[in-house]
Design a binder for this molecule. Structure first.
Ligand SMILES: *[C@@H]1O[C@H](CO)[C@@H](O)[C@H](O)[C@H]1NC(C)=O
Ligand SMILES: *[C@@H]1O[C@H](CO)[C@@H](O)[C@H](O)[C@H]1NC(C)=O
Ligand SMILES: *[C@@H]1O[C@H](CO)[C@@H](O)[C@H](O)[C@H]1NC(C)=O
Ligand SMILES: [Mn+2]
Length: 447
């Protein structure tokens, strides 16, 4: 029945299009009439009343306050042409006549929220965080559009907006799979949890000079940390940074360190990113030694990281220096690691307990390189590696971290230009942010 109607409506519209193509606007005509080729002028009002659109939809306009407009009052809701013989069509018209549309009185309702509006992360309010220092916020989402420190594919400067595009179906509702059974996460809607979440847009970062770009990012992060928050007034807002290549994490850690002291890092990645600059870039120039594969070496060297309380998850990329030098250097930077194939041997619950045991109760920063996910699901990334996590494994591990004191996070190395036209990488990246928002707001759930 429904299929029949759809076919019927499609046929009618095709008819309408063909019929319309016979009309040619006459030159020198008044705006109220058309001329049919080789025929007499046509009265437009009559044409409108007899039009198929009018017959199918009736009067789309209705005045405010429930009063009918003059136009609507003058006509039946849907007019059936007296010569119309098609019984099914007549039946359809009487259905619509019997079931009048009711239009909402409120002109400002957010109908069809998912794909309308200026895109912000999960439809959170866009805030002028860098103009108005007295704005209060609990969680600030901010982009770091930077990709001039990469060793392979560039394009992560477009990551922030890609992730926002991927987030359009987020922003509402309790997810029945968040967290492990019995966890508070199962009762949580982060966006209506009492925490004020805003999208601060992007921090400008020059593509011409990495030193200046990283300074811009540091100042941007510092400015956000300097806002006041509402729920936990004694703490600065929590920041979630949308990368950008992985180098951006260094500035996020620097600003976090200035507010919280040394932090523990949970680092989801297929690469170590603690590479000794001597091994990666530093033998080209000193400045090239700071890049997306060495920033954790510098975070350690600058004292931002807790000693021996950091952990990698999902490692699988080959080492660069001969032998086990990279691995030894990684331990010296304070990291332990769960490699990707450990997930075939130990359960996700064991992964979660290993992470929790490692980082302890102090302030924790989560950094997610989207290349931790298998390249089959996340092709839109700078340095893809085979044998990675499924999106479900990543989300389950993240949700398992409920209870940790997550003070900041980022999602990096998202390259929309290398994604599929189904946006799969950006949709996963957005869901990662959603999970982190869950961890940051879950203490709002009582029991
Ligand atoms: C800045 O934010 C505060 C707090 O929301 C608000 O009262 C004030 O009007 C804002 N100032 C400007 C210039 O927008
Ligand atoms: C942070 O805010 C305080 C007071 O609101 C101000 O005095 C200080 O200069 C700000 N610091 C930065 C780095 O913006
Ligand atoms: C820098 O070191 C890497 C790794 O050892 C090596 O592959 C590369 O050729 C070196 N580059 C220069 C310019 O020496
Ligand atoms: Mn990385």
């Amino acid at each position: 029945m429904i299929a029949n109607n759809i076919a019927y409506i499609t046929a009618l519209f095709s008819y309408l299009l063909i019929a319309h193509s016979h009309f040619v606007p006459a030159t020198n005509q008044k705006s109220s009439s058309f001329q049919i080729e080789n025929d007499a002028p046509v009265d437009v009002e009559l044409l409108q009343q007899d039009s198929l659109m009018y017959q199918l939809y009736g009067d789309l306009l209705q005045s405010r306050n429930g009063e009918e407009s003059e136009v609507a009052a003058a006509r039946p809701l849907i007019k059936v042409h007296p010569e119309e013989t098609d019984e099914e069509f007549r039946g359809m018209c009487s259905f619509y006549n019997d079931h009048e549309n009711e239009y909402p009185e409120d002109d400002f309702e957010d109908d069809l929220l998912q794909f309308t509006g200026i895109v912000s992360f999960a439809h959170t309010p866009i805030a002028q965080c860098f103009r108005n220092t007295s704005l209060e916020m609990d969680i600030a989402i901010v982009g770091a559009p930077f990709d001039t420190s990469v060793s392979y594919r560039p394009g992560a400067r477009f990551g922030p907006n890609g992730i926002r595009q991927g987030s359009r179906r987020l922003g509402n509702g309790i997810s029945p799979v968040r967290g492990f059974p019995g966890s508070k996460l199962r009762k949580l809607d982060p966006y209506h949890s009492g925490y004020k979440i805003v999208d601060c847009g992007d921090i400008p970062m020059t593509p011409f000079d990495n030193k200046l770009a990283l300074n811009q990012l540091y100042r941007g992060q510092r400015a956000l940390h300097n806002h006041s928050s509402l729920v936990h007034k004694e703490q600065p807002p929590k920041l979630i940074t949308l990368g950008g290549d992985h180098t951006i994490t260094l500035m996020a850690l620097r600003s976090a360190y200035e507010h919280y002291g040394k932090v523990s890092v949970i680092h989801f990645d297929s690469h170590l990113d603690t590479w000794d600059p001597k091994v990666l870039g530093g033998n080209i120039s000193k400045r090239a030694g700071l890049n997306h594969g060495t920033f954790l070496h510098f975070a350690h060297e600058n004292g931002y990281l807790q000693d021996d309380k950091n952990i990698h998850v999902g490692i699988r990329a080959p080492y660069i220096a001969p032998g086990f030098y990279d691995e030894d250097h990684d331990y010296e930077c304070g990291f332990e690691k769960i490699v990707a194939r450990d997930l075939d041997i130990i359960s996700l619950k064991e992964v979660v307990s290993a992470i929790k045991k490692r980082v302890g109760d102090g302030p924790v920063y989560i950094s997610v390189d989207i290349d931790v996910v298998d390249l089959a699901s996340a092709p839109g990334t700078g340095t893809p590696e085979t044998g990675g996590l499924t999106s479900r494994e990543l989300l389950t591990i993240l949700d398992g971290l409920e209870g940790l004191n997550i003070i900041g996070a980022d999602i990096v190395e998202v390259l929309p230009a290398f994604d599929t036209n189904g946006d799969i990488t950006t949709i996963i990246a957005a869901q990662v942010v959603d999970s982190i928002l869950g961890l940051m707001t879950v203490d709002s759930v009582e029991n």
